[in-house]
Write a protein that binds this ligand. Structure first.
Ligand code: SAM
Length: 257
């Protein structure tokens, strides 16, 4: 996969050189480049913003530097299917909310381009113009407002990057995570089995794999009911077995009702 990030703060993306994403880049599993939007300006002050038409507070990002930058990154060579249309992710509190399902979807793409907005955002015509060259997706990190798209890009690139083949040493660890099956992950424990008067649940020490699997599933259902009732309401009945339904009933939940 190739990822291009366009921003006025390239240094903000430095953490993408660290940890598993940094290693994936070194190992050639992910090719990632960060571009300074100001390099695509033509005036002496390298201006990227101007006042909003219609008045109001704040500044708006000018369209031409964005068009120059996006034309440049769209032309970058990409491994994989060179015919495929790159996806342009525009971080925005007014976008669809990012989640694990979208991370999985984006992880199948050959080329992702992220356009980090600042100020009051990017002139809307850039998104319209981009639709002729990219699959454009305004994406929100959540229902709150950040100062810029960079933090959202850090989160999205990490969530997508760790799903790429070879990035996580043991791919099994992706299978049982929170949100992989519509539920939150069960609680996890490590040694010592007794710590400051608190013991690891007996079942996890039993060596009985079936019992451990049931215990973990119950904990997933219990935790999700408590913390994310919206996820429980959205559960597909077909994914629940009799023991799941009994556990949910004991918590006062009648699935999908
Ligand atoms: N005026 C915009 C609005 O109300 O929708 C907010 C602009 S915000 C101050 C500046 C930039 O931060 C946005 O263009 C976007 O790139 C980024 N941003 C802010 N909140 C975000 C969120 N929840 N998810 C993703 N990006 C966000």
């Amino acid at each position: 996969m190739r990822i291009d990030v366009v921003t006025i703060f390239p240094e903000y993306l430095a953490p993408l050189e660290l940890s598993l994403i940094g290693k994936a880049r070194q190992d050639g599993l992910l090719s990632l480049a960060v571009h300074d939007l100001r390099e695509f300006t033509t005036d002496r002050h390298r201006t990227v913003d101007d006042t909003p038409y219609g008045g109001g507070a704040g500044m708006v990002m000018k369209p031409e530097p964005w068009a120059q930058a996006l034309e440049s990154v769209a032309a970058q060579p990409v491994h994989g299917n060179s015919e495929s249309v790159p996806t342009l992710i525009v971080p925005s509190p007014a976008g669809e909310v990012f989640n694990q399902e979208l991370a999985y979807e984006l992880a199948t793409e050959d080329h992702l381009v992220f356009a980090c907005g600042r100020y009051e955002g990017i002139d809307e015509r850039v998104l319209q113009w981009s639709a002729e060259r990219f699959r454009v997706r305004p994406v929100s990190l959540g229902d709150y407002v950040l100062n810029g798209g960079e933090v959202a890009v850090l989160a999205m690139v990490e969530a997508v990057g760790r799903l790429l083949p070879g990035v996580i040493g043991n791919p099994e660890s992706l299978v049982e995570e929170s949100h992989s099956d519509g539920l939150l992950e069960y609680p996890v424990y490590t040694k010592p089995s007794s710590w400051r008067d608190r013991n690891v649940p007996e079942t996890l020490l039993s060596g009985n794999h079936a019992k451990i699997a049931r215990f973990r599933r119950d904990e997933q259902l219990r935790r999700t009911t408590e913390r994310r009732p919206d996820l429980i309401r959205g559960l597909n009945m077909a994914s629940l077995n009799t023991a799941d339904i009994a556990l949910l009933n004991s918590l006062g939940i009648a699935p999908n009702q």
